[in-house]
Design a protein around this ligand. Structure first.
Ligand code: ASP
Ligand code: MG
Length: 467
């Protein structure tokens, strides 16, 4: 069996957990003679966030002691993890040297950023890649220490070549062959441990695949080497029907189609990187979301077949910290290019639009975006020439939450929308905005923030998602 196993940040959160992962890899490898495994790792939990925060702080404050302080902390964290995860003294020494080398490289980059007071997207990608580039040597060392040969690589090392769209780089056409050519000869006795999230341009500049990109790395590799399955290890039971911390009776979903998983990830459910399904779809390679705390459990299987249960709606997800932007004006109707101008300026400012609605009276366009991007979005729209003439009213509301209901069983089933909205009506919850894609695999709506969980629970109950 050929498997790509990806471990997220919380799976490798500290030395003990890294050791547990290494033992799991070792046991999986020994389970069968012909077991071929590629490991993909994320950065240690919260490290990527911290790196971005500190890089920004260093660029703003321009104080060299900030660089020193941050690097000391980062090195301690990784040294400590290595110390706990790796028993073999020789391996530990080598890994600590590798950590030291990475620190020197980071210091150079951060000192540059500090002196210039400038942080470009390209340097942000270079700096951001260190989370994975520090974690991979430790995990490879821990696997070696557990008795299996392992070598670590960056994304670029194994052929993940991208364009120069820093922050969310796109794959070049040649990636599949390149990854296949690099990885295939390594399979067998040895385990390649690949840094998730990272890629490289043709010129050798480090890029990243977007936040949460390690899932994507795993499926890119899995598709390239025709893996039998891709296992995404988490510390939850699998993909859940809703957030079990908030919704009563939320349960593990045993099977999900590619399309449903994609819809969920577009809705910000932290289950999968939105692009992670693309590489495996054509080759029909199943993805399994597996539970680290219960490794023998089947987890959630994500595959090609559309439906295995008769449930119309399978899962519900909330995106908190969203804002509605209302763009209104009687003239919007007459100016046919106004919508395209709005979307162009927003795209130019990298504003992600989560939902769009344009009523048939054509007097308003409403958008839902991430609240963190609100200021940027308003500035962008205000820069359009038509503001005050065609667009008379530009307002926003950040006190809202977006809810997505997902399931392939919803397509063509009469009464699903009715059921969703009467459940909300029964709870006295008013709906601010609604959208249903023409695929009918999801219905999404916006409610006031303080009513979001009540709304989600009502819908979870009415579709019996928990049973
Ligand atoms: N470390 C990266 C992030 O935090 C990638 C990942 O974890 O998948 O976004
Ligand atoms: Mg993740």
């Amino acid at each position: 069996m050929r498997v790509v196993m990806k471990f997220g940040g919380s799976a490798v959160a500290n030395g003990e957990k890294i050791k547990r992962v290494a033992n799991l890899v070792e046991r999986s490898k020994e389970a069968a003679d012909n077991m071929e495994i590629v490991v993909v790792t994320s950065a240690i939990y919260a490290v990527t966030d911290t790196i971005y925060e500190q890089a920004n702080r260093i660029a703003e404050e321009c104080k060299e002691e900030n660089v020193k302080e941050f690097l000391v902390e980062l090195q301690e964290k990784h040294d400590e993890a290595a110390y706990v995860a790796i028993d073999d003294a020789q391996v530990l020494e080598r890994v600590k040297n590798e950590i030291r080398t990475r620190m020197t490289e980071m210091e150079k980059a951060l000192t540059g950023i500090c002196l210039l007071g400038e942080l470009t997207l390209r340097s942000l990608d270079y700096i951001g890649s260190f989370g994975e580039r520090l974690a991979a040597p430790i995990l490879a060392g821990a696997i070696q220490s557990a008795g299996i040969d392992a070598v670590h690589f960056t994304g670029g090392d194994v052929g993940i070549i991208t364009n120069a769209e820093y922050g969310s780089a796109q794959l070049m056409g040649s990636v599949e062959q390149a990854v296949r050519a690099r990885i295939m000869p390594l399979l067998g006795d040895m385990i390649p441990v690949v840094c998730g999230f990272t890629g490289e341009t043709q010129e050798g500049k480090i890029t990243t695949l977007g936040r949460g990109g390690s899932d994507y790395t795993a499926t890119i590799i899995g598709a390239a080497i025709d893996a039998d399955e891709i296992w995404l290890w988490k510390d939850t039971a699998g993909i859940m029907s809703a957030d079990p911390k908030r919704i009563k009776n939320a349960r593990k979903i045993p099977y999900m189609s590619y399309i449903e998983a994609m819809e969920l990830s577009y809705f910000g459910a932290a289950v999968l990187h939105p692009r992670a399904i693309e590489p495996v779809m054509k080759k029909k390679i199943p993805i399994r979301v597996k539970n680290l705390l219960d490794p023998d459990d089947e987890g959630t299987l994500i595959g090609e077949e559309l439906e295995k249960t008769k449930k119309a709606a399978k899962a519900i997800t909330l995106i908190e910290n969203t804002s509605i932007v209302n763009i209104a004006g009687t003239g919007i109707r007459s100016i046919s290019d106004i919508a395209s101008r709005i979307f162009s300026v927003l795209a130019a400012k990298n504003v992600d639009i989560i939902m769009i609605s344009h009523g048939s009276s054509e007097r308003t366009i409403s958008l839902v975006i991430d609240s963190a991007q609100l200021e940027r979005a308003i500035d962008a729209i205000q820069s359009i020439h038509a503001v005050d003439t065609v667009i008379r009213d530009l307002t926003s509301d950040s006190n809202v939450c977006t809810v997505g209901v997902v399931g392939v069983g919803m397509a063509g089933t009469v009464g699903v929308a009715g059921k969703v909205f009467s459940a909300l009506g029964n709870e006295g919850i008013s709906v601010k905005m609604i959208s249903q894609g023409s695929s009918e695999f999801n219905i999404s709506f916006v409610v006031q923030k303080d009513e979001a969980y009540k709304a989600a629970q009502a819908i979870h109950d009415v579709f019996e998602m928990g049973s």
